[in-house]
Write a protein that binds this ligand. Structure first.
Ligand code: FAD
Length: 377
């Protein structure tokens, strides 16, 4: 094993940043992060930002100071290709022994005409634009397409904070179709009480500048449409010569795609012992912790340990905000709604502490502290 082991992490979202934070205490690693953004972002707080409930600084942490504290080198560029032992960025090339791809996911509009002109809260830029539109135009009728976790939280927060008619449009016959029936029924009841209009079993055929056209040809006028349904692999993943499943990077139980190339978080397809990992922050964090432990094993010449999925598609885990300081918790088939304010406080605390942890110093013995920028070339 090379000494030091040069690791290139592509993508500084939750999976990449967590991997770097947890690897900072491992000696014998030289880490480079390739990420074009200036900050680490907590997407789980985007719906709250949309509703004006949190500030920008609550949901993001500056990346360069974080990398300095962790002793990692930051290349503020987009990766465009990965070859054996080399990550090619827009201007620079990073030579390395191990590559960890953590590039997340992009919004999927499924080729529906006009859908790309809607607002999306899948990115920070999209969320800022949507909030600005709400503040400037005070829309009277807002259509939210999709009733997954993001759609439900966006509808709840807007129903709570705006004097507007909120609609949720869902193609399947119930809200939150990826969750158990009991969760859908409970959340439908809560949104009904909040005055949200729910159009289930309704497919969107086209989005026009001031209306949405449905599969049966009918349409509804709206002042704002927010697209929350569907994700797809980012552009980089499409071009990578790695095993894939439905376009995502297919990894083995060690989170390895091929040779010394690994993948974590939303961009990876992770099925271990028949449990398919959900594309959630909870899973991204756990996978990062696992990868950090396995990097430490590599340095010590110990065999890698297989990953075990916790939040799988047949055992979903989530804390879902339902507005007015309330939330429900889902763990597998169990849906907990009481005390709803306590579940909301827990969710809010978890989401905000994710960001805070990237603003603080890592806990490690003073002897191991390396000067910032030790890996600069
Ligand atoms: C609105 C919303 C609400 C959510 N709420 C929850 C929740 O309540 N609970 C939960 O568990 N999960 C939630 N999620 C899901 C969770 O945020 C994601 O699963 C998690 O962020 C995935 O982490 P990641 O590191 O894989 O991807 P990301 O956090 O998306 O990070 C990917 C990073 O890769 C970078 N990147 C992309 N392409 C390149 C490239 N070519 N070169 C270099 N860098 C690149 C991007 O800039 C980005 O910084 C939510 C998601 C959204 C959108």
């Amino acid at each position: 094993m090379p000494d030091p082991l040069r690791v290139c992490v592509i993508g500084g979202g939750i999976a990449g940043a967590e991997l770097i934070r947890l690897s900072a205490k491992t000696s014998g690693l030289e880490i480079t992060l390739v990420e074009p953004k200036r900050q680490i972002e907590c997407q789980a707080l985007y719906p709250d930002y949309l509703g004006g409930l949190v500030r920008l600084e609550d949901l993001s942490a500056p990346l360069q100071p974080f990398c300095n504290r962790m002793g990692a080198r930051l290349v503020r560029e987009r990766a465009v290709a990965v070859n054996s032992g080399r990550v090619i960025c827009e201007d620079e090339e990073v030579e390395c022994d191990v590559v960890v791809v953590c590039v997340g996911a992009e919004q999927n509009y499924f080729g529906i005409p006009g859908a790309e002109h809607t607002f999306s809260i899948n990115t920070l830029e999209g969320t800022l634009k949507a909030r600005e539109f709400i503040e400037d135009r005070s829309p009277d009728r807002i259509m939210i397409v999709g009733s997954g976790l993001t759609g439900i939280e966006a509808a709840s927060v807007l129903a709570e904070s705006l004097d507007a008619s909120i609609y949720v449009v869902e193609m399947m016959d119930r809200l939150l179709p990826a969750f158990p029936q009991s969760t859908s029924a409970l959340v439908e009841k809560i949104l009904y009480e909040r005055g949200v209009n729910m159009l289930t079993g309704t497919a969107v055929k086209e989005v026009r500048p001031d209306s949405i056209v449905f599969g049966d040809g009918s349409s509804l006028d709206c002042d704002m449409a927010i697209w929350t349904t569907g994700i797809k692999p980012p552009a980089l993943v499409e071009g990578l010569d790695l095993p894939k499943e439905r376009g995502w990077i297919l990894v083995d139980p060690y989170l390895r795609a091929k040779d010394e190339i690994f993948a974590l978080g939303d961009c990876a397809w992770i099925r271990v012992e028949d449990k398919l990992a959900t594309k959630t922050g909870i899973e991204a964090e756990r996978q990062a912790k696992h990868m950090a432990d396995n990097l430490s094993r590599m340095v010590r010449h110990h065999p890698l340990v297989p990953y075990s999925v916790l939040a799988s598609t047949d055992n979903p885990m989530a804390l879902i905000s339902t507005g007015c300081g309330q939330a429900v918790g889902v763990y597998g088939g169990l849906c907990v709604s009481m005390p709803s304010w306590l579940i909301h406080s827990l969710k809010s605390w978890i989401d905000k502490s994710i960001v805070k942890r990237y603003k603080c110093k890592p806990k490690r013995p003073a002897a191991e502290v390396a000067p910032a920028g030790r890996h600069s070339r």
